[in-house]
Design a protein around this ligand. Structure first.
Ligand SMILES: [Zn+2]
Length: 397
């Protein structure tokens, strides 16, 4: 990194990072920018001017005295009359921003955080959400965490309603996370979880990695504006040890090599998405909350080994009625219980997946049938068999 260049002006394949951020958003219809500048501000202002050369409008807020990383926002509150994106200047991303905005609008959120899984959740700050994606806790990396948790890390892109700026904060310096966002836990603050590429360049190593990823095409390929490929995985008997109906948290144990197999998927061009039938919900044996905890354990065990899943879709239904304790409204002949392909279609919409370029790996005939019904290529493994070997076959290793 070059020390007399402000961070947002560090080149990525010959263009300043900040220019790449602006161009990516411009191409998706966002054309008004306010840049808050302090350190070496003239370098940035000389480069971008009023933005017209790039086809956008840029204005500046010059911070004469340090106001904290959210101080400028409060100074600008008369100008910020509509929901706006708030983006750190040292993050390289290529996201489908209109999906992000649609989520924010659908939730009627005050704030939406862009989150993603990473390969070291055990020492990252974490965002904990409820079933509705509402942020309920926000943990720094130093804070004690629950035993099992979702692999959900704040990526540094936010959507904010101007309503947030109406709050009086009586401080000289205002810190975005601590003073503005964290107090909104449990309120209308939501997490948008995505598989897209967003990385900050905090260290020289990260900068080099980001440049490599950019040149290899990985950054753009992960944008949900482009078709994705996925390796779908069954859960029980494929990733974790088969116990019949899994009802207790203690029974969730990874199969040998499962984490290694998923790490390989993570490093490849494929998304890793779990598709599982969980009739235990309809049978009244496991609640949605308990199932979430079981999946938190799955994510935690994988995270401890540097692996993560990009998405998980489950069918809570079961067709046969007449059992004690069952939940009648879930006892239906749904279109998502494998071998039906409904969950694959849900995943396809959520991640813009090309199903014909994707694979399903599972340990039962139903998995193979479901995958074929969805138009995927399928691999059947033994129950609790070697997932790594199946993944290697797909990746050609
Ligand atoms: Zn279903």
């Amino acid at each position: 990194m070059v020390s007399d260049v402000p961070k947002p002006m560090i080149p990525i394949d010959g263009k300043p990072l900040l220019e790449r951020e602006i161009l990516s958003l411009r191409d998706q219809g966002i054309t008004e920018f306010i840049l808050t500048v302090s350190h070496l501000s003239e370098v940035i202002m000389d480069h971008f001017g009023n933005g017209h050369d790039l086809g956008v409008d840029i204005t500046y807020f010059e911070e004469k005295t340090p106001l904290g990383n959210a101080g400028a926002l409060f100074q600008l509150k008369d100008q910020l009359t509509e929901d706006f994106l708030l983006i750190n200047g040292d993050v390289l991303f290529d996201i489908d921003v209109n999906r992000f905005i649609a989520f924010h609008n659908e939730k009627k959120a005050l704030v939406t955080l862009f989150t993603h899984p990473n390969d070291h959740p055990y020492d990252s700050g974490l965002i904990l959400t409820d079933e509705d994606d509402r942020v309920i806790r926000w943990l720094t990396k130093e804070e004690e965490r629950p035993l099992y948790y979702q692999n959900k890390v704040n990526a540094g892109l936010h959507l904010l309603s101007p309503e947030v700026l109406q709050k009086e904060i009586d401080k000289e310096k205002i810190d975005l996370d601590r003073d503005v966002l964290k107090p909104l836990c449990g309120d209308r603050m939501f997490a948008y979880s995505s598989s897209e590429y967003v990385k900050d360049m905090g260290t020289p190593e990260r900068y080099e990695m980001v440049c490599r990823d950019y040149l290899s095409g990985k950054v753009g390929a992960r944008s949900l504006r482009n078709k994705q490929k996925a390796i779908f995985l069954d859960r029980d008997g494929t990733i974790n040890h088969f116990v019949g109906f899994l009802r207790n948290l203690d029974e969730m144990e990874l199969n040998p090599h499962a984490a290694e197999a998923i790490r390989k998927i993570n490093a490849s061009e494929y998304l890793c998405i779990v598709i599982t039938n969980q009739p235990v919900i309809a049978r009244g044996e496991v609640t949605f909350k308990e199932l979430r905890e079981i999946h938190n354990k799955l994510e935690t065990l994988l995270g401890n080994e540097g692996a993560y899943i990009d998405g998980l879709f489950f069918c809570p239904h079961h067709p046969d009625r007449g059992y004690e304790g069952e939940i009648p409204e879930l006892k239906i002949d749904c279109d998502c219980r494998k071998p039906k392909p409904g969950l694959f279609f849900k995943a396809k919409d959520a991640y813009n997946i090309d199903l014909s370029a994707s694979y399903m790996i599972g340990d039962s005939d139903n998995d193979v049938l479901a995958g074929s019904n969805a138009g995927c290529k399928c691999i059947k493994i033994e129950r609790d068999g070697d997932l790594r070997e199946a993944v290697d076959r797909i990746l050609g290793k």
